[in-house]
Design a protein around this ligand. Sequence first.
Ligand code: GDP
Ligand code: MN
Length: 381
Amino acid sequence: MNIHEYQAKEILRGFGVPIPPGDVATTPAEAEQIARRIGRTVVVKAQVHAGGRGKAGGVKLAKTPEEARDVASKILGMQIKGLTVQKVLVTDAAEIAAEAYVGIILDRASKKPVFMVSPAGGIDIEEVAAKTPEKIMRLPIDTRYGLMPFQAMELGFFLYPEAAKARAAAKIMKQLYDAFMANGASLAEINPLVVTPNGEVIALDAKMSIDDNELDRLPKIAALRDESAEEPSEVQARNANLTFIKLDGNVGCVVNGAGLAMATMDLVKYYGGEPANFLDIGGSSNPEKVVNALKIITADPSVKAILFNIFGGITRTDDVANGIVTATKQNPLKVPIVIRLTGTNEEIAVKILTENGFSAMTDMDDAVQRAVQLATGGKAA
Ligand code: GDP
Ligand code: MN
């Protein structure tokens, strides 16, 4: 789960990270009031789950409350990377002498939280990693010990040669690490961490992603979810108890089990296609789940063919077949569908499908190739 900058800043403030004061607004009038309360130059910042807001015009300085209102009216409603801005953060503007990057990600390879810090901050860290990798220091943390003071100092000195600034940065590293660990984060990032002209080290941006599996034990964090800022199809899927991730391709996939879903996506790519989504209808699928899955997939205009790949174990293939029939009666399909199913109650499923004008395949390779052909108009191998 992603949270907004203003929410991440609230969490980090709680751990002591120095962050300029600010508040969130949903209307230009509110933005003006906040700016008046701050009483100095402010920054008005789009709150969307995307980076690069600065470049997209979603971060703007305002010298007066009136200007804050004008700027907010331009940013609210703006589209950034396909997301509509519904909130802005109005915050005390800082003067910047230098911008650094500080982040922690959960690294699957080392199975550890890894610090990544760079004195070349403010811009995309991916760009720094690609062009000047020597400007990034990576440090895996053994969670049995946590971040040791000497490690925090090493990170601090990598950013700033002066001891006072390195010490201030080291303190922030520890606070960021504690916030990361306490909130089930998979990512916590400050970009930019800045030095002001009078030598203070403060955080001007914050980003946190929370591991969905942690949300049950962290109700306060779970309550930070902003569904209006999320991909609508993903919200719909979550509420229907489906595991769904939207992707960029055109083969809509409906599969039972995460492993089979991954294998299906691999095979789609292998045969020259691109999956439009990851969708796992789960083990004990009932017809209703299939109806919901088809609703979500057919609502995506980039889907050119639908592929069902069902391996019946606990999942009964006749349940899936009934779901397909019900869903397509409610909403007739506009794109071709390829159905592969095998396993529990296969004979019944095939009977249901054929009686309703569908054909069913049993071989996974054949079905995936067919779906890719249909989606690409026969162009793929
Ligand atoms: P992002 O582009 O989505 O990562 O948004 P940021 O919050 O990182 O803002 C982008 C850039 O705007 C920063 O790298 C800064 O250069 C600038 N910026 C953000 N906050 C302030 C501020 O308080 N004062 C000044 N002068 N610039 C700021
Ligand atoms: Mn940033």
